[in-house]
Design a protein around this ligand. Structure first.
Ligand code: SF4
Length: 283
């Protein structure tokens, strides 16, 4: 049975900005975090998408620097205090996402969390969504492209992931996130700097021009070991495919188990030269 939870905020439900969320983690004032009134990157939905001023970008960079030594819980608490209810989170139910959800459940479970449901996800991934809901009372919304898999493949004469995976990711992930991004000011992701050279320079807080949002990565400084230590210590639900050699899990046609010694993300788009779906790249 799914536990009841406070209703998640979504701009389509309510356009009134109302702060005052109770925070489960204290934010040390000596860190000099900006107050919510000074919050960098705050956008009006009517102005979306927008280009932040150089001053706002500087403020985000300074904030990111201040948060370099903060714990993930402190970073999430700062994000909630600064941007909720215009804060959202996207998760593919990877181990990092599950850890953040476990933290969010204690800090502010009303944050709107969604999953980009391409139609090609593993059944184990969707089943994990149910277990997260049962454990934390957070029901992750499934955001889907306009076309079903059947309609999409029929329109394109077959699976696009075989012929043009970049276009497939763009149409079934990026465009969906761009649609969801409207009305929010900031989004959280579970990327870690040590996942790949491409992610090594990810800031804790930065401007994501692709989606017109402030992007917050609470686990940027964490290692894979720290993530799994937390999962084991708190018995956080995780995708059972990880126990079968799938270190990074996306859509089933583009994911394989990795071999001993291979890179953590070697099983994604294996053999194609593609290394990212585009959600976490700036171009
Ligand atoms: S990961 Fe593969 S199936 Fe999923 S959207 Fe990208 S190309 Fe398409």
């Amino acid at each position: 049975m799914i536990a009841t939870r406070p209703r998640a905020y979504h701009p389509k439900m309510d356009n009134t900005i109302h702060h005052g969320a109770s925070l489960g983690a204290a934010i040390p004032s000596e860190r000099g975090f900006v107050s919510r009134n000074d919050s960098p990157g705050r956008a009006s939905p009517s102005l979306w998408p927008r280009t932040p001023s150089p001053e706002e970008l500087d403020a985000l960079a300074r904030q990111s620097q201040l948060l370099e030594t903060a714990s993930p819980e402190e970073i999430i608490a700062w994000a909630v205090k600064t941007y909720f209810p215009k804060l959202t989170m996207a998760t593919a139910f990877g181990p990092e996402g599950c850890v953040i959800l476990s933290m969010l459940a204690k800090i502010e479970p009303r944050v709107y969390v969604f999953n980009l449901d391409t139609g090609y996800q593993f059944p184990e991934t969707l089943e994990l969504r149910d277990r997260i809901a049962q454990r934390y009372g957070i029901v992750v919304d499934l955001q889907r492209p306009d076309l079903s898999v059947e309609e999409y493949e029929k329109l394109n004469g077959g699976p696009v992931y075989k012929t043009d995976p970049d276009r497939c990711c763009h149409q079934r992930k990026i465009e969906v996130l761009q649609r969801v991004a409207r009305g929010f000011d900031a989004w959280m992701s579970g990327i870690r700097r040590d996942q790949s050279p491409h992610r090594a320079g990810a800031p804790i807080v930065g401007w994501d021009k692709k989606f017109g949002l402030v992007k917050i990565s609470p686990l940027a400084n964490w290692t894979k070991r720290q993530v799994w230590d937390r999962i084991v210590y708190e018995n956080i639900p995780y995708n059972p495919l990880h126990d079968r050699g799938y270190t990074s899990i996306g859509c089933w046609p583009c994911t394989r188990a990795v071999m001993f010694g291979e890179d953590e993300r070697a099983g994604r788009w294996s053999g194609t030269g593609k290394i990212e779906c585009g959600l976490h790249t700036s171009d």
